[in-house]
Design a protein around this ligand. Structure first.
Ligand SMILES: O=P(O)(O)OC[C@H]1O[C@](O)(CO)[C@@H](O)[C@@H]1O
Length: 257
């Protein structure tokens, strides 16, 4: 794992943005894996800024999002298709046909899940997958206990995840109980992973992701086994890692594990 310490959320977003921009500039048909939640909002804002400056074109980019709520369609302001349109896609020149999200209102969710897997493989797999980190260690919507062999699937959301995400809804009762998520095996097939983590409340989760024994009980621990993970985290999120390993582990980009 390579660890990059950012001063704050803004710097974390800028660093992630420059990595994605560089990749898009250097590849004809880049395939990006995207995440939702609060963490990548700054990254998307920075990508739009770079696009407006003319630094980067998204014409050849294909994207796959990690997850979508079951039951929310693209008009639903709490759905992830809506989020992605608002936060990124409506503001850049990516062709619509190159945007992929699981379909939370499909009549056949299981078929949609296996089609999604095929599409990812057809695109040649994801070059860079952006990930956020759930407080309980979830990646995508893969909750604790999810098999490391899982492919894109329908998940039961943990009560803790529904509570954490209730801030986007008018009440917790409106938070869907199910979602579709890329599986852990699917995520691990990405060629490179960028894990973005910000804020003190994620410090324990980030520490565990990097240090706890690899276990399905804390899904993000699987990232210890991926050959190309870059963690971009701000000082607050890294506070527990820094307490244990000191600045050297970060400054010299040593393997923490
Ligand atoms: O960035 P946030 O809002 O803290 O969420 C962390 C993770 O939780 C999810 O929003 C799912 O609950 C993921 O999509 C995200 O990566």
């Amino acid at each position: 794992m390579q660890i990059i310490k950012a001063k704050n959320y803004e710097e974390m977003s800028e660093i992630a943005c420059s990595m994605l921009v560089e990749h898009v500039q250097q590849n004809e048909s880049p395939v990006l894996g995207l995440a939702t939640g609060s963490t990548p909002e700054g990254l998307y804002h920075s990508l739009i800024t770079e696009y407006r400056k003319g630094t980067v074109s998204f014409q050849g980019v294909t994207t796959f999002n990690l997850d979508e709520y079951v039951g929310l369609d693209e008009e639903d302001a709490n759905g992830y298709q809506f989020y992605m349109n608002e936060k990124l896609f409506n503001h850049i020149n990516i062709p619509k046909r190159q945007i992929n999200l699981p379909n939370g209102v499909s009549a056949d969710l299981d078929k949609d899940c296996s089609d999604y897997e095929w599409k990812i493989q057809e695109a040649g797999n994801i070059d860079i997958q952006v990930l956020g980190l759930g407080l309980n260690g979830h990646i995508g919507f893969n909750e604790p206990g999810t098999s490391f062999l899982s492919r894109t699937h329908v998940v039961d959301l943990d009560e803790s995840t529904r509570e954490a995400n209730a801030r986007f809804f008018s009440s917790i009762d409106e938070v869907p109980t199910h979602a579709i998520s890329m599986g852990i095996a699917s995520i691990m097939e990405s060629k490179k992973i960028l894990l973005l983590v910000s804020g003190k409340e994620k410090a324990e989760a980030l520490y565990q992701a990097m240090n706890s024994p690899v276990s399905e009980e804390f899904p993000a621990t699987i990232l210890q086994l991926h050959p190309e993970v870059t963690v971009i985290a701000d000082e607050l999120a890294l506070s527990k890692v820094l307490e244990s390993y000191g600045e050297d582990a970060i400054a010299h980009e040593l393997q923490v594990k």
